[in-house]
Ligand binder design. Sequence first.
Ligand code: CDT
Length: 312
Amino acid sequence: MSRIVNVAAAQLGPIQRADSRADVMERLLAHLHNAHAMGCNLVVFPELALTTFFPRWYMEDPVEIDAFYEREMPGPQTQVLFDTAKRLGIGFYLGYAEIALDDAGRPHRFNTSILVGADGNIIGKYRKVHLPGHAENEPWRAFQHLEKYYFEPGDSFEVWRGFGGVMGMALCNDRRWSETYRVMGLQGVEMILLGYNTPVHNPPAPEHDDLSMFHNQLVMQAGAYQNGTWVVGVAKAGKEEGCEMIGGSCIIAPSGEVVAACSTKGDELAIARCDLDLCHSYKSTTFNFAKHRRPEAYRMIVERRGAVAPEA
Ligand code: CDT
């Protein structure tokens, strides 16, 4: 089987609150068609790609809240994406808000992504592990970041066979944590797909605002290199409901080099011919985990959560 994946990072410009699912679906379908015309066989959409980034508002009305979530995938409004992708023979990664019912019929809400194969079938589902922001209403902020209020955290980083290789998924804030990449690296991941919504301005730490794009690339490039994997990071960009979101969608090789990047804050494709065999030289030399890692020296990583400095 071919080890080449022609990938499109399908950046989206802003999605306003008044935009309907049908409006958004038109934009996603345009990306699919354009990517297909350029010979791509995998399209990566952002985190929460079907709606505006709703965790920026504190809401209490369950009807208002639930309108941002999908109860089934595919559902009535997303079926066309699956059908079109299947007809074109192109796979996709999609981030969305998910409501899942447990055995007792109780709802659980997650920030979720799926990987869909070229046959239109779901290969895997991932639920965001690192939920940033806060759970309480904090109206002092210019805009809020209530992911801890709207979502439960996921509990694992899995990988799946697909597109001729080993594929992994993550979402936004996950990219800032080295553990995200390493847990997938330990499962032989060759391409990590990652959608994000990152505001330029972070109200609790405005002193980092000027560095938001630098940090975005820093973490994804390091994660790619240190694990010998491709990373495809895809943004929702531009001014969404008054909140400026960084763009910077890019495709990063296992060398850590950016090989394709978006240059606007709107709907844009960045494409790259990704040879999964490029992972091998990193995974078999500098980052030959079986040969060089020393897990006995890393126990604290799983045994301790917060930092504890030695007594003064
Ligand atoms: N969506 C998401 O995870 N965004 C975060 C913003 C952090 S500021 C609260 C990110 O890490 O980009």
